[in-house]
Write a protein that binds this ligand. Structure first.
Ligand code: GLU
Length: 307
């Protein structure tokens, strides 16, 4: 397959879509990113990469971090996690409070904000203090992406911290239902830093390889999780990775994927490749508008959806 040619075709075909979406503005610093950026990268099982556009541009991975935190929490805390967070799509926006109240503080899944906050709380319980927790997560992400330089952007974390009222409400509501071990503010301080981790599309497509390849890295041979857990994580990415547009993403793209409001999306073609796309203008569901289209074009042109 001529992946480079396919990426080139996609980067031309998405051009008319610039200007149709909106850059996230509820995190003040994110509103300052250049809306015209576009990048896409693929990593094959042997580590070969293909890329197009601004592939060295690092951006805020935001909710893509939820996949990594969930993997680490499964490893450190085990399946008791499912007592505290469900595995059903929510059908609601990423930061909705409504369902959480009538479902008594148990979030629908680990990829909506409430679920991810529970996951971060679990990591904090497992690793005891905030520094160790964040370091464990960063170490894991550096390992899976094979890039020791990955870090978080403290300005973006602070920017979200000062306006994160919805997330504070979610955390407080869950605490009131006894579904957080730690104080909401202590969990959120880590959660905002985790969302503010900066990566480029090359790092992100590389970071997908453990999900492509049964839980271990096919290049470094490091084991990250089990085959059984890979089935769970990929299924949840397929059914819940794009909030209330998860059905639409599955319908158009047909791959397990996860988006972030920074404009990044990652996706997995099992046993073949990891892929990532970046374009900061979002659709009304908070997912990259051009990124979603680019992935749809990719699976249409290559026939590489899981269906
Ligand atoms: N940090 C963002 C929030 O919690 C992440 C949302 C997203 O990327 O979808 O609101």
């Amino acid at each position: 397959m001529d992946y480079q040619k396919i990426l080139e075709e996609i980067s031309l075909e998405i051009k008319p879509l610039f200007g149709l979406g909106k850059v996230a503005n509820y995190i003040p610093l994110l509103s300052k990113v250049n809306p015209n950026k576009f990048a896409m990268a693929i990593t094959l099982l042997d580590g070969t990469q293909y890329k197009i556009g601004d592939s060295n541009e690092v951006f805020s991975i935001q909710s893509i971090s939820k996949v990594f935190a969930f993997t680490l929490a499964l490893e450190s805390y085990g399946i008791k996690l499912y007592d505290r967070v469900g595995v059903e799509p929510s059908g609601d926006p990423f930061n909705s409070l409504i369902q959480l109240e009538y479902e008594k503080g148990i979030p629908r899944n680990p990829f909506i904000n409430a679920g991810a906050i529970v996951i971060t709380d679990t990591l904090l319980k497992s690793f005891k203090d905030d520094k160790t927790t964040l370091n464990k997560l960063l170490e894991f992400i550096r390992d899976i992406s094979d890039n020791k330089n990955i870090n978080y952007d403290s300005d973006i974390a602070d920017s979200e911290m000062s306006f994160g009222y919805k997330n504070m409400a979610l955390a407080n509501l869950m605490k009131s239902f006894d579904n957080l071990y730690n104080e909401p503010i202590d969990v959120l301080k880590i959660y905002f830093k985790q969302c503010a981790i900066s990566m480029n599309v090359k790092d992100l497509s590389r970071a997908m390889l453990y999900l492509v390849h049964n839980g271990s890295d096919p290049v470094t041979k490091k084991e990250f999780t089990s085959l059984r857990r890979i089935k769970r994580i990929n299924s949840l990415m397929l059914t819940c990775g794009h909030y209330d547009a998860s059905g639409e993403f599955a319908f158009h793209v047909g791959l397990p994927g996860k988006s972030g409001v920074g404009g990044g999306i990652v996706a997995v073609v099992p046993n073949i490749l990891g892929i990532s796309v970046y374009s900061p203008e979002l659709n009304s569901h908070g997912n990259s508008l051009i990124g979603t289209k680019a992935l749809e074009l990719f699976t249409t042109k290559t026939g590489l959806s899981i269906f």
